[in-house]
Design a protein. Structure first.
Length: 333
């Protein structure tokens, strides 16, 4: 038999080794950009924070003088930038960093903040009083008659000497004051009061001078000089609250009492003595028949009564006719 008869030869088995393809490892990248203001000027010192979803640590940097910022060695993936700078509204920008990418963020323009910061201004007592006087000097009955000697602020700051004289000066030199004085002199002449002055232009001029002299002397003595010496407030403090009876009694009482610069109520020596002093001075220029101590005291009593009536009008009528009042004035009940 021939060799190999009945035998089979096994063929060699070839084995192929299959290799598994692994993905390339992620390569860190960089993120950079520029921050500008609405005018296109670089914003230096802006705080730029980088937030990643998969990282607890959020790197932060600041823009340089050229407004540029940069983050290096950042792992690929989604990110968000938050940019904040003083005086500007905070702005955010999002994106995705790919493996090995050097990404340039489009220029970020910060908008000016619209937030209003409340500024509290602290006044000294003198400055506060000056601000309140400015409000008083806007008070005009029916929009034109000066009403400077009334304050609608219950706890108004006390006036210093200069401020008391300022009120007196502006009150006596107000154009409306001259007009009212002229009307009073006209009525006196029509009724032939102070007959010693006579009639005609000369008589009217004397009556006008006497009437204005009374106003100036009483205003400065009772409203500035004595209040400065005696530390008293020459203004009427509007009450505006409480029952009608309490307001009536308050208005009448204020013809003989006043607030001191210390905030306490006291006898109104300034008005009482000031009225007598002004009456005594008027004896220098009134006709002989209208002079004398008796007449001075009589006029003083009439003046106190007139002040009480005027206070009642202030308390119940004038406020409604005065258009310019301070914001913290009490409302009329």
């Amino acid at each position: 038999m021939g060799a190999g008869h009945g035998q089979s030869v096994a063929a060699p088995i070839e084995r192929s080794s299959s290799s598994v393809q692994l993905p390339d490892p992620p390569v860190p990248g960089t993120i950079h950009g520029t921050v500008v203001d609405p005018n296109g000027t670089a914003v230096a010192g802006a705080r730029v924070k980088l937030a990643r979803q998969d990282q607890s640590a959020n790197p932060e940097t600041q823009t340089g003088d050229d407004g540029q910022y940069s983050f290096a060695n950042i792992a690929p993936g989604p990110f968000q930038l938050s940019i904040a700078a003083e005086g500007f509204a905070t702005k955010t920008s999002s994106g995705v960093l790919h493996s090995g990418e050097n990404i340039v963020i489009p220029q970020i323009t910060l908008a000016l903040t619209t937030e209003v910061t409340e500024v509290r201004v602290e006044f000294t007592p003198v400055e506060l009083a000056q601000e309140q006087i400015r409000d008083q000097e806007k008070q005009r009955v029916m929009g034109f008659i000066p009403n400077f000697y009334v304050t609608y602020i219950p706890n108004a700051a006390p006036l210093n000497t200069r401020q008391k004289f300022e009120l007196a000066w502006k009150s006596t030199l107000d154009p409306v004051t001259f007009g009212i004085t002229g009307a009073v002199a006209g009525i006196q002449q029509a009724e032939n009061q102070f007959g010693g002055y006579g009639q005609g232009a000369a008589g009217y001029g004397r009556r006008y001078g006497a009437s204005y002299g009374d106003l100036v002397t009483s205003t400065f003595i009772a409203g500035a000089i004595l209040p400065s010496l005696l530390k008293q407030d020459p203004r009427y403090f509007y009450k505006g609250t409480g029952s009608k009876r309490s307001r009536v009694l308050y208005a009448i009482a204020n013809s003989v009492i006043c607030k001191g610069d210390n905030g306490r109520w006291q006898a109104n020596y300034s008005t009482i003595i000031g009225g007598l002093a002004a009456g005594g001075i008027s004896n220098l220029y009134y006709p002989a028949n209208d002079r004398g101590a008796g007449l001075t005291f009589e006029n003083e009593a009439i003046g106190i009564a007139a002040t009480a009536v005027g206070n009642l009008v202030q308390e119940f009528v004038v406020r409604k006719l005065t258009p310019h009042l301070p914001n913290n004035a009490p409302t009329t009940p």
